[in-house]
Design a protein around this ligand. Structure first.
Ligand code: NAP
Ligand code: MG
Length: 402
């Protein structure tokens, strides 16, 4: 068989531990035999980040801006234990954080639905995609414990030194306060990323905040979304036959539970943090989630939502059998290949991505799966495979589809 052609390279960001093992297996078994794979390779494994003083992370983000599409393996975010384990020069920052800051994006996460792994909410028959704003609010807040009676105020001083004040509270005893912020520019990026992603995936977009109570803060989010939508997106949405609507967060939660899924739910930072864990759990498993960072300029970085599966990696190093689920990492590759195919008008490449995804789903629905799914699958005839066996089973299904 002739290999499927690519014209522009993907930015390939390799990573750590068990997901690095999966990365190579996926390339060797599922990609290289079928696709004339073109990538620009960046090794974001912790050892190489340490050797390059983390320059490689910044370089890979720059390359993403150049080429437009990246695929990223899970990476270790160092903590004290990793400092010793890898003899690090510094406690390097989270690569995801660095890349996100450079691309200024929004993270979209959606469950991969298969028969046998049933959502806990029985009417959820289509995926619900959470779009989480990844800047500011409580994640960049300043807090203070108020020890005793006194007055707390918000003070803003402009560059000319003029002050603007608002009373927070006249305390007559001990208490607590918190000051947080966001930026118009960041909220605008968030809005555009959400509108672009909705168009890209042809799904409705919901957005919700608590603007009835937060009349300036949350209301600004609501207003910015409304203004950008009217000016730049209304017509495109009409043409695509999709809808944008805003509602109160309480109403959104109630509607989400009653819905059948099939839309994007844009959330402020905190809401997105909490709701994405709820939605992911209710759909079944973190290893069955897609995750993509979309920048307002239209750069895409595809990744798995889970970490490097450290516990499995230590078993692997000891030569013990592992049963690690590669689906999220495979879908990072298929997402990136499909996007590359769309941008470069390569129909065959897009079809290959679709077929590889179908091969994954068919394999699991035929009862062949890794241990994590074996535990929760309701299929009667199910079989637990090890990591390598499962990837080979997907390859067999793929070959039959091609
Ligand atoms: P994790 O790698 O997501 O794994 C946590 C547990 O979830 C695993 O021990 C495993 O449970 C299960 N699991 C996750 N993915 C699985 C898969 N594909 N197949 C089967 N089981 C899976 O989280 P962690 O152990 O807390 O973090 C490990 C490292 O990952 C850390 O150094 C962290 O910095 C990094 N991390 C990276 C990213 C990223 O790059 N996107 C995200 C999160 C964390 P059992 O052991 O019970 O089987
Ligand atoms: Mg969380």
């Amino acid at each position: 068989m002739e290999k499927i052609r690519m014209t522009t390279p993907l930015v390939e960001m390799d990573g750590d531990e068990m997901t690095r093992v999966l990365w190579k297996l996926i390339k060797d078994e599922l990609l290289l035999p079928f696709v004339d794979l073109k990538t620009e390779y960046y090794d974001l494994g912790l050892e190489h980040r340490n050797e390059t003083n983390d320059q490689v992370t910044a370089d890979s983000a720059e390359a993403t801006k150049k080429y437009g599409v990246a695929v990223k393996c899970a990476t270790i975010t160092p903590n004290a234990a990793r400092m010793t384990e890898y003899d690090l020069k510094q406690m390097w920052k989270s690569p995801n954080g660095t890349i996100r800051a450079m691309l200024d994006g929004t993270v979209f996460r959606a469950p991969i639905i298969v028969k046998g792994v049933e959502p806990y909410v029985k009417n959820w028959t289509k995926p619900i995609t959470i779009a989480r704003h990844a800047y500011g609010d409580v994640y960049k807040a300043t807090e203070m414990k108020i020890p005793a009676a006194g007055k707390a105020e918000l003070v803003y001083t402009n560059e000319a030194g003029e002050e603007q004040r608002e009373l927070i509270h006249e305390f007559d005893g001990a208490g607590i306060i918190q000051g947080m912020h966001n930026l118009e520019g960041s909220i605008e990026s968030f809005a555009r990323s959400c509108f672009n992603y909705a168009l890209d995936t042809r799904q409705d977009l919901w957005f919700a905040t608590k603007d009835t109570i937060s009349k300036k803060y949350d209301h600004t989010f609501k207003d910015i979304f409304a203004e950008i939508f009217e000016k730049e997106y209304q017509e495109k949405f009409d043409a695509a036959g999709i809808e944008y609507f805003y509602t109160l967060i309480d109403d959104a939660v109630a509607r989400v539970m009653r819905s059948e899924g099939g839309y994007i739910w844009a959330c402020k930072n905190y809401d997105g943090d909490v709701m994405s864990d709820m939605v992911a759990t209710a759909f079944g498993s973190l290893s069955m989630m897609t995750s993509v960072l979309v920048s307002p300029q239209g750069y895409f970085e595809y990744e798995a939502a889970h970490g490097t599966v450290q516990r499995h990696y230590y078993k692997y190093l000891k030569g013990e059998e592992t049963s690690t689920n590669p689906i999220a990492t495979i879908f990072a590759w298929t997402g990136a290949l499909r996007k590359r195919g769309e941008l470069d008008h390569l129909q065959e490449l897009q079809e290959f991505a679709d077929k590889l995804e179908k091969a994954c789903i068919d394999t699991i629905e035929n009862g062949e799966m890794t241990g994590d799914l074996y535990l929760i699958s309701t299929l009667e005839n199910k079989k637990k495979l090890n990591t390598e066996e499962f990837i080979r089973a997907i390859r067999n299904t793929l070959v039959s589809l091609l």
